[in-house]
Design a binder for this molecule. Structure first.
Ligand code: WTA
Length: 648
């Protein structure tokens, strides 16, 4: 293991300069002792006490980890997430400290102190109770990044209800599938939002979704748009708050393993994958990583640009920063429009200390030019973060230089919806950074790169990234299905327990991991995770379409774009009208984010002799590359057709 301090230690990554954390950062950092890796290793799983003890428990846990029946983190412990994110900061005398600084799409701003948040969360929790919401009921939340979304999440947590936030860019169908799956009978939504200055209706999508699920669904509607409130048979959020203003709802003690939320992500099947996170393990994991990786203190203003609808928003817009007692910036907009200065204005106005965004945004900033951020005072920044896809060395350097002024460490954080919180990264006050590589597994996390047989891949050779020990933020499905006790005894006949991440990776000789992209049918478009099978199912649903294959094509800005190869049924022509129907079908089934950038009609899809679609071949075509050996194709006649399409 490297001691993390010596910039000369760049073995294993000869083509990359290593960058040491600046001494000014180290001098104030939360974690600075390189021994933390060894200590966590030697003390595992007891080491995770350090995470759990960042929280306030109403009943102390009996032990850190129990493997008697599945995997239980902090068994016997009880706590409430809303208490941890709100009340305890008020009780500690920081009621007038800003909890949320909201930056609206039209340039509006709103600040919620911890006291404001306390009052509104309590009022909404009382309203939820009055509506009959009980412990473990699932409440669906469907709205853009508004303070009311955070209030609703925390109000659910307060009464022990489970929230399921659905990204507002998803379609009515996608919302309905998720509500149906979770059996959710209450939807908190809003009338609409603004896009490029015009109002976009969200309520009718919510209505359509409610009509198509089998259960009866009540709605609470936040009034986001200017003008008269939306008519219809629902409660208004504002009325709920007015009716219960000043009421106090005792936070419900939840067992550590009780659910905090559902979140749906894309997997390898045609259906969205349900991921369930728990109260004690998840919250410990995100509070600890907010402290150790994002170096957050209550005095900090943290801005994570992710939409709250994705896991990054759950963990590092809402739960992590609020558990710490910091100020979190809630940003409703996009980098542009209006203007290309929006991000830098937000940083300057709010004196943001820690800024966390995705490489796709950084590539857009690079394109717009360094003079844009140079017009702003970004000197409040202390630490930068990146997530969602690999950040290449050029974008890394640009981010470091033009946003961080060469003075801010960058944490490139690898994690997933399933992991709940960051798993691989550098510790910014300890480790040197290697642009393009995320770093090592965090202290207490065991992960390695394995070959196709599950054996650790030799240094420098690519394989799949797997996590080899349980971690606090692990999802319920992994806890339940695991006989960790058996594998932990180390019986040589047993297979080792491992969670396969689906990501290709390579490790250098210091254990720094570089991610190589997904190995399965998942694509990351602008840092958003989509399943190709889900998109294909939507396309095949269009009348006159026989088959479809969706692959990711490389894109300078978005990282990946979606290419669809579509084969119409016999006697059906690949017309522009059909193309339009394909786009509309994907937009209806999933949402605009999933609509293919390129749709190519072809008489047949390239298949292996066993009938499997050769995606690697299509990927090469999508990227304008010469496909490798095509001798395994069952239908080599499509080769010429597809390649000629590329040349057009
Ligand atoms: C990818 C987002 C490279 C990876 C938190 C992973 C990354 C998927 C990084 C999870 C990174 C995330 N470098 N790739 N720093 N972070 N990924 O579930 O493919 O939306 O499996 O969670 O994003 O996406 P998800």
């Amino acid at each position: 293991m490297s001691d993390g301090r010596d910039p000369a230690v760049s073995a294993g990554a000869p083509d990359r300069e290593s960058v040491a954390p600046p001494p000014s950062f180290v001098a104030q950092a939360n974690v600075t002792d390189p021994d933390i890796y060894r200590e966590f290793d030697e003390e595992w799983p007891e080491c995770w006490r350090r995470a759990a003890d960042r929280l306030t428990w109403t009943s102390q846990y009996d032990s850190v980890l129990s493997t008697a029946d599945g995997i239980d983190w902090f068994p016997g412990g009880e706590l409430n997430a809303s208490y941890n994110c709100v009340d305890r900061h008020v009780e500690a005398g920081r009621k007038n400290h800003a909890a949320i600084k909201w930056e609206g799409k039209l340039g509006e701003t709103r600040t919620y102190t911890y006291q404001d948040l306390y009052r509104e969360v309590n009022a909404f929790a009382a309203a939820l109770r009055e509506m009959g919401v009980e412990e473990d009921d699932v409440v669906t939340l469907y709205m853009p990044v508004l303070p009311e979304l955070v209030v609703a999440m925390l109000a659910c947590a307060r009464i022990g209800a489970v929230h399921s936030v659905v990204f507002a860019g998803f379609s009515a169908d996608a919302l309905a599938t998720r509500m149906e799956n979770a059996g959710s009978a209450l939807l908190i939504t809003c009338d609409g939002y603004y896009r490029r200055g015009t109002a976009v209706d969200l309520k009718s999508k919510a209505d359509n979704a409610c009509l198509s699920v089998s259960q009866d669904v009540d709605q609470v509607v936040v009034d986001r748009l200017e003008g008269p409130s939306y008519p219809g048979d629902h409660r208004s959020y504002e009325d709920c708050i007015d009716a219960h203003d000043g009421e106090v709802v005792e936070p419900v003690a939840r067992e550590s393993g009780d659910l905090l939320f559902y979140i749906y992500t894309s997997g390898t099947t045609g259906e969205p994958t349900e991921v369930r996170h728990t109260t004690g393990g998840y919250l410990s994991h995100v509070a600890w990583t907010s402290h150790a990786v994002f170096d957050l203190e209550p005095s900090d203003t943290h801005w994570c640009t992710a939409d709250v609808g994705w896991i990054t928003g759950h963990s590092y817009v809402v739960y992590g920063p609020l558990a710490i007692g910091a100020t979190t910036v809630l940003f409703e907009g996009t980098p542009d429009p209006p203007g290309k200065d929006r991000f830098w204005e937000v940083i300057e106005r709010n004196a943001v200390d820690v800024f966390y965004t995705a490489p796709t945004s950084i590539r857009a900033f690079m394109k717009w030019g360094e003079e844009v951020p140079a017009r702003h005072d970004l000197s409040s920044l202390r630490l930068l973060g990146s997530v969602g896809e690999s950040i290449d060395a050029t974008a890394w350097e640009w981010y470091h230089e033009h946003i961080g002024g060469g003075e801010c460490p960058i944490v490139d954080t690898w994690w997933q919806t399933e992991t709940g919180g960051v798993m691989l990264s550098t510790l910014p006050g300890v480790d040197e950074m290697r642009p393009g590589s995320v770093g090592r597994p965090l202290p207490g996390i065991d992960a390695e790169v394995v070959d196709e047989f599950g054996e650790e891949a030799p240094t420098g050779e690519s394989g799949q990234l797997v996590v080899t020990k349980p971690w606090p933020g692990m999802p319920v499905a992994l806890r339940e299905g695991t006989d960790w006790a058996r594998t932990a005894r180390g019986d040589p006949d047993d297979e080792h327990w491992a969670y396969s991440t689906g990501d290709g990776a390579v490790a250098d000789e210091d254990g720094y991991v570089t991610l190589l992209g997904r190995l399965d049918d998942v694509v990351n478009v602008s840092g958003r995770r989509l399943g190709t099978t889900e998109i294909e199912s939507a396309i095949i649903g269009v009348e006159g379409i026989a088959e479809a294959a969706v692959v990711g094509g490389e894109d300078d800005l978005k990282g990946t774009t979606i290419h669809a190869y579509v084969s119409p049924a016999a006697n059906v022509a690949g017309t522009d009208d059909l193309r339009q129907q394909v786009r509309a079908a994907v937009e209806d089934a999933i949402g605009p984010v999933a609509v293919p950038e390129e749709i190519t009609f072809t008489s047949a899809l390239p298949k292996t002799r066993s009938g499997k679609i050769l995606r690697r071949y299509l990927e090469a075509i999508a990227n304008g590359e010469q496909p490798e050996d095509t001798s395994s194709l069952r239908n080599p006649e499509v080769v010429g057709e597809l390649e000629s399409l590329v040349d057009e």
